[in-house]
Design a binder for this molecule. Sequence first.
Ligand SMILES: C[S@@+](CC[C@H](N)C(=O)[O-])C[C@H]1O[C@@H](n2cnc3c(N)ncnc32)[C@H](O)[C@@H]1O
Ligand SMILES: [Zn+2]
Length: 372
Amino acid sequence: MDQQELLRNNHFQLFNSDACNLLKHYLYDQIVHTVVTSPPYYKKRNYGKNEAEIGWEKLEGYLENLVEIFDLVKLHPRGSVWVNIGDTRDKRGSLLGVPHKFSSLMTEHGWLLADEVVWAKIEDLDDGETNGCCMTEPAPGRLNANGFEMLFRFVKTKKVSDAWSDTCAVRIPRQQASSAQVVRYLPEELMSVTTAIDGRNLHNVWRVKMGQTRRKHFAVYPPALVERPLAMTAPPRVCSKCMEPWERIVVMEQYDEVRSSKRVFGKYTSDEDELSEKSGRMDSGRQYISRKPVTKGWQPTCTCNAEFAVGVVLDPFVGTGTTGEVALKMGRNFIGIDLYKENIDISTLRLEETIEILKNKKLDPFQDQLFK
Ligand SMILES: C[S@@+](CC[C@H](N)C(=O)[O-])C[C@H]1O[C@@H](n2cnc3c(N)ncnc32)[C@H](O)[C@@H]1O
Ligand SMILES: [Zn+2]
């Protein structure tokens, strides 16, 4: 059975290896649609005793090693790479600026920085309230810096808009999130974050709870942080022959916003015919016509006329397998790499468990079209 077939039957594959080595010598041919990962942060923690472990080099070497790994991935030409990365301080207490040095080096290597998301763990409001929580830390004469982390999205297209994305999958509901009118992208048991396929455009600050892990591994990220990146950039359907992603067929339709709670999406028009009793804008005098994206279905973008397969997700620093669990639940195939066998064992169990849970619930997100 070749690599491709194996993935198609099993839905996941885990490798105990140095990511760079494996991508260079074994996975060089494996098309990947989306990478979602969190590499070891700079000089933060030891995961084991292997010399190939990333994080303890000189800063320049660390950044170069990371970029080399992403360069080595055989990313689909319209694919995306999401990297969650944190900062480190030097002896004087100064931040090194690791996340932004990393994103600069990626762009020097030809990547486009498509999205820059702040993963807010806590926010301090001006009325004295706080939302969320984060780790406390000794912060002599400065702020607790654990309130947020960066999540970058890189693409390799000529323009950001040429990359494959399904923004409808991550839109914000126009109604109360609990309303029956909200058309979720995926049922709650497969994706915990509430999104609405005809909702408003998603912003770039996400408050996602830290989450807890019963697993013996630190520095894990919560599944909810991974869901939106996968929904938005990992195609649920691709051509099994050429791996081209299918696309959502969307038309913008006028809707009666009176019934929805917030007016936020639409466009202005000067078309006389459309001047109804709707509210106008004082400055331009033009009428506001509320429109929303309405999905008419999905279609292949190639002419192979082949069966469908699902998109392929890679995490080269798999740790406890969070990206893998989310990918499987969302019906994408997954490849994970970690330098330490212990982590591969933890991830294997977790992903087998996930497949088992899906089976027990009689959910088959790989075959049945459970996404909207
Ligand atoms: C921050 S953790 C990832 C945690 C993961 N996101 C999760 O939710 O569990 C980084 C991982 O990178 C692994 N690692 C370090 N150097 C590596 C290398 N050269 N190749 C592959 N994995 C490596 C570590 O063993 C560790 O599990
Ligand atoms: Zn095709």
